[in-house]
Write a protein that binds this ligand. Structure first.
Ligand code: 13P
Length: 252
């Protein structure tokens, strides 16, 4: 048995005004108040971080952001630094989500810099990786994961990365209702853990949490969590509703 504490994380993407975010977060806090042995995170849009932090403060629910910029401050219009996220109450930050890679020019190099900035500020980075449908069909899943892990974590040593969380999100399973099968997910997670072991050693590979993301719902979370290398979930659509997200949190 591993000793990894599961993490169930909600990525709210570009949904919810501040009043909607505060309402959902408040309901979630109530619904998960009786949970234990599971870490919980929600990541609202930047403008809702501060009001939501006031609702989740002192509760079972941790706060995360969906992105950051690696410089500390400066003339970078529209960007937000790691320290600014900390000052808004964040403990986590999602880095390298496939939507950022696809629409906003995120690369393994920018991911690498963002992870350093997050760790320096004491944030827990949630590094997202995963192959597209074309890549899977071309038999490139492992080589894509290999590159994303090795380039994203280039020049790090295990001691730097103690807080790191990895999220495997096959792009073809995001928002499609078509979750990876438990076998597909387990195979990818096991491969990612073996990559981490090769680069950072067995102790870190055994400790690092690898979340699955892509059409996670209350109906499929338990089967996924039964897999030995799946340590939690990064949930999009089903995290927007406090009831459905709390059922995922209570997968046991
Ligand atoms: P869905 O759960 O909506 O498929 O989204 C997954 C995701 O992208 C989480 O980051």
């Amino acid at each position: 048995m591993n000793t990894r504490t599961p993490l169930i994380a909600g990525n709210w993407k570009m949904y919810k005004t501040n009043s909607e975010a505060v309402q959902t977060a408040g309901r979630l806090v109530e619904l998960v108040a009786d949970t234990a042995d599971v870490d919980i995170m929600i990541a609202p849009v930047f403008t809702a971080l501060d009001p939501v932090s006031k609702v989740v403060g002192g509760s079972r629910v941790g706060l995360g952001a969906q992105n950051l910029y690696w410089e500390k401050e400066g003339a970078y219009t529209g960007e937000i630094s790691a320290d600014m996220l900390v000052s808004a109450g964040c403990r986590y930050v999602i880095i390298g989500h496939s939507e950022r890679r696809q629409y906003f020019g995120e690369t393994d190099d920018t991911v690498n810099k963002k992870i350093r900035a997050a760790l320096d500020a004491g944030l827990i980075p949630v590094l997202c990786i995963g192959e597209t449908e074309d890549e899977r069909e071309a038999g490139q899943t492992f080589s894509v994961l290999d590159k994303q892990v090795k380039s994203g974590l280039k020049e790090y040593v295990a001691d730097d990365l103690a807080a790191l969380v990895i999220a495997y999100e096959p792009v073809w399973a995001i928002g499609t209702g078509k979750s990876a099968t438990t076998d597909q997910a387990q195979e990818a997670h096991n491969y990612i853990r073996s990559l981490i072991k090769d680069s950072f050693g067995p102790a870190f590979a055994d400790a690092v949490r690898i979340l699955y993301g892509g059409s996670v719902k209350p109906a499929n979370i338990s089967q996924l969590m039964d897999m030995p290398d799946i340590d939690g979930a990064l949930v999009g659509g089903a995290s927007l509703d406090a009831d459905s997200f709390s059922r995922i949190v209570k997968f046991k």
